[in-house]
Design a protein around this ligand. Structure first.
Ligand SMILES: Cc1cc2nc3c(=O)[nH]c(=O)nc-3n(C[C@H](O)[C@H](O)[C@H](O)COP(=O)(O)OP(=O)(O)OC[C@H]3O[C@@H](n4cnc5c(N)ncnc54)[C@H](O)[C@@H]3O)c2cc1C
Length: 377
């Protein structure tokens, strides 16, 4: 079959991989000279621990496996580093204990660590007031900008996937994609199946589908340190007690309500900007720090210094980095579908939309693409 894919972010690339390895002829159309959306702006955390128990956690684990396979074949750095949720407050420790008690029955592999065990796994944990942590071995770290830059070349070489950059798709109708390219030969592409993986652009293609699905747009601020000296490594991905309220896997913990109420009363400024803090380290030794969440009408084009200051304040409470100088600051956008891990809409028999993975797109993309192409092949 001839497959047209709109968007060369991680969803477009994962679908190109899943389709091409099944023998389909794939063309990816990307509006920019290189993908520059959410897929290059994130932490690079492949994060199965954050997915709800059951089928979506299983898809995340499958995705993790695919990441490692693709990385090995494509020569991309991907480190199975695991993760630790750090607890510096009694209510955070309580939630972690509750989750660890339920974890085996829910299918999560994880382990509670005391303060010394935490420090044996990560030199970054701030020992001041550290009560312990929840270690999970399933998380992987990738370097998003490098990965998204390298994958198109590899997909082209290995599977003959055709990439057309600087090519904005203006409409998808019948079995033709129309592009903004003025030359007649390039302006229209026939397909047997089309995947629309256009990320947070909710205006150009199928806006009525996005509106009906109730997708929300979110803006996130991020920071990156300078390279850490002497090969210093963080050990695992790190998340804070604040993060426990963010991922749905912890929803069943009875003490989460108390934790959320304490954060709301003590630090309402964090809730105001949707701040919870995490850290990952790429292969260049730089530590990626974030993040905040501002939605829909709250979103402004300009970044807020106060958000960066709050993120750094909270991170300094839980981690101790040798290098805190900030070399880069940026923001990213994602859109979020609230009723599942991704918006899977089918405007026609031959056109499918995949977007709305929110903060889990790097984690879920390969697993979801595999599921789709098993059905379509
Ligand atoms: C700051 C931040 C941190 C995050 N951290 C993580 C994390 O650590 N782990 C995790 O799992 N997830 C994380 N996420 C979420 C994850 O990055 C996203 O879910 C994922 O990258 C979305 O991928 P995508 O392919 O749908 O969209 P995008 O990466 O935005 O790609 C869409 C592409 O489509 C192109 N496009 C759009 N419209 C058209 C058109 N009409 N014609 C041609 N091309 C078009 C765009 O130019 C773009 O390149 C984070 C997100 C952000 C913003």
């Amino acid at each position: 079959m001839n497959i047209a894919i709109v968007g060369a972010g991680i969803f477009g690339l994962a679908h190109a991989w899943a389709a091409a390895k099944r023998g389909h002829r794939v063309t990816v159309l990307e509006r920019s000279a290189r993908a520059s959306g959410a897929s290059i702006r994130n932490f690079g955390m492949v994060w199965p621990i954050g997915q709800p128990a059951g089928q979506w956690h299983e898809v995340a684990l499958r995705s993790r496996q695919a990441w490692l396979e693709v990385a090995e074949q494509a020569g991309i750095w991907a480190q199975p580093c695991g993760s630790i949720h750090l607890a510096h407050r009694p209510d955070e420790w309580q939630v972690l204990q509750e989750f660890a008690g339920m974890a085996p029955a829910l299918g999560f592999e994880c382990e509670l660590l005391g303060p010394q065990q935490v420090q044996a796994r990560t030199p970054a944990a701030n020992p001041q007031g550290l009560l312990g942590g929840l270690y999970s071995p399933s998380e992987v770290c990738v370097n998003p900008p490098a990965t998204i830059r390298v994958l198109p070349g590899w997909l082209h070489e290995k599977y003959g996937v055709d990439f057309r950059f600087n090519t904005a798709v203006t409409s998808v109708s019948g079995q033709h994609v129309t592009t903004a390219d003025s030359s007649a030969s390039q302006g229209s592409l026939p397909f047997d199946r089309c995947l629309v993986c256009s990320g947070s652009d909710l205006k150009t293609l199928f806006p009525e589908v996005y509106q009906a699905a109730g997708l929300r747009l979110c803006k996130l601020q991020m920071l990156r340190t300078a390279t850490h000296p002497n090969g210093w490594r963080i050990g695992t991905h790190l998340a804070s007690g604040l993060t426990l309220g963010h991922y749905s896997c912890f929803e069943h913990c009875p003490s989460l309500t108390t934790l959320r109420a304490r954060i709301a009363a003590e630090t309402p400024e964090l809730d105001q900007y949707g701040i919870h803090v995490m850290a990952s380290q790429n292969d260049a030794g730089q530590v990626i720090l974030g993040d905040s969440h501002e939605y829909d009408s709250e979103i402004e084009p300009f970044d807020k210094q106060i958000i960066d200051e709050l993120i750094l304040r909270e991170l300094r409470r839980i981690i101790d980095l040798p290098e805190w100088s900030i070399e880069q600051r940026w923001h990213g956008y994602y859109c979020k579908y609230s009723k599942g891990p991704v918006l899977a809409a089918e405007p026609s028999d031959t056109v499918s939309i995949r977007t709305g993975a929110g903060g889990s797109g790097m984690t879920m993309s390969f697993g979801l693409a595999e599921r789709d192409w098993e059905q379509w092949s």
